[in-house]
Design a protein around this ligand. Structure first.
Ligand SMILES: [Zn+2]
Ligand SMILES: [Zn+2]
Length: 372
């Protein structure tokens, strides 16, 4: 397939966002495009709603993997685009439509003009949750084609088009979701002494929780606990029998997240005694830190020499990415692709500049060809 219109593909994908492990239309769309461009050098496998595409090299000594995520978010789109999501309440608000389009573009170029080494394109489901990277790399389908090195990109709304950015070492944090349920004894608002008030218990818990980071962890290791949502009770004149806190834990050290959980569970035990209630915690999705191998970041930087793409040194961020689970077992790196959007990731008005599509495809292709 030569006439690959990136903008059209991106817009078609943008209209069909689907949540983790439900990417059926997306998978069908991608398979159709991949089969259109496939030659006898190309082998295709599916894994759940994901896809693996293997392009055999001309004289391979290793296998290079490029991963794109394929899922959308449960966000109601508010961009006003005429190619807005046709799935109500769902949106490609994290740029995974960009990532997929870039992967297809790079794939078509690699098929048209193969490189020496084998290349594996990984279309991974469920990055936003519950996490597709870990089960995918443990699958037989993946292990049969396990790459020797692996890389991925993510759009960066605050970076201008034409720029890419990365760094050796830590790029993204260790993350864990956090859901805490309180169960006490409700009753009349005028008789607090006959109840176990879960609004008060949960409120105090939120305040105490902050001391885990400030008093329990090494101040030189970065950590954050955020409670983003708090719910309790149902009416103004009754004492709340239940409460729920929803939040996230993020740390720059893999060991710190375990320590946070250990201290959190001790705090829960104390609260159960002090407030005479039952508290349950659920950690939801957990992503391992994204740590770039400096060697490959350097090779990536070198591969851009002679192009118009500008490399900028990144700083580590407390964001999370399940690509960390892949980098834990396969050396490689992740980079930011500048898309210059006035609204950030996960925003209902995210509007990445489509001029970045060809920049991304070129950066991916250049890195793969640099091993020739
Ligand atoms: Zn996201
Ligand atoms: Zn994302």
């Amino acid at each position: 397939m030569t006439a690959f219109d990136l903008q059209t593909v991106r817009r078609e994908l943008h209209q069909i966002p689907e949540l983790g492990f439900k990417e059926e239309k997306t998978q069908r769309y991608l398979l159709e495009k991949i089969r259109e461009m496939a030659t006898d050098r190309v082998d295709i496998k599916t894994w759940r709603t994901g896809i693996l595409v293997h392009v055999s090299g001309t004289n391979p000594s290793k296998r290079i993997g490029f991963r794109t995520d394929i899922d959308g978010l449960p966000i109601l789109e508010d961009t006003g685009f005429d190619f807005s999501s046709t799935h109500p309440g769902k949106m490609h608000a994290c740029g995974h439509d960009f990532h997929m389009t870039i992967a297809l573009a790079a794939l078509s170029r690699l098929i048209a003009q193969p490189v020496k080494d084998n290349v594996l394109f990984i279309f991974q489901p469920a990055e936003e949750g519950p996490g597709g990277a870990k089960p995918m790399i443990e699958s037989k389908e993946f292990l049969d084609w396990k790459p020797d090195t692996i890389f991925a990109l993510h759009i960066a709304p605050n970076l201008s088009v034409g720029k890419v950015s990365s760094k050796p070492g830590l790029l993204f944090a260790n993350t864990s979701e956090l859901f805490i349920d309180f169960k006490g004894l409700g009753g009349h608002a005028a008789y607090p002494h006959l109840t176990k008030d879960m609004t008060v218990a949960a409120s105090n818990f939120v305040v105490q929780l902050q001391q885990i980071v400030s008093r329990g962890l090494n101040p030189l290791d970065g950590s954050v606990i955020t409670i983003g949502k708090m719910e309790s009770g149902f009416v103004q004149n009754a004492i709340a029998e239940t409460a729920r806190l929803e939040g996230t834990i993020r740390t720059t050290e893999a060991s710190s997240i375990l320590l946070v959980k250990e201290k959190l569970e001790k705090l829960i035990k104390g609260f159960e005694i002090a407030y005479d209630c039952e508290i349950n915690v659920d950690y939801g999705s957990n992503y391992y830190q994204v740590v770039n191998d400096g060697k490959y970041v350097e090779l990536f930087q070198e591969s851009l020499a002679g192009s118009d793409i500008e490399y900028v040194q990144a700083s580590a961020a407390m964001t999370g990415e399940d690509f960390g689970d892949m980098l834990k077992v396969i050396p490689g790196f992740m980079f930011w692709l500048g898309v210059d959007s006035p609204y950030g990731l996960h925003h209902a008005k995210l509007a990445p500049n489509e001029a970045a599509l060809s920049v991304g495809a070129e950066a991916v292709e250049r890195f793969i060809r640099s091993f020739d």
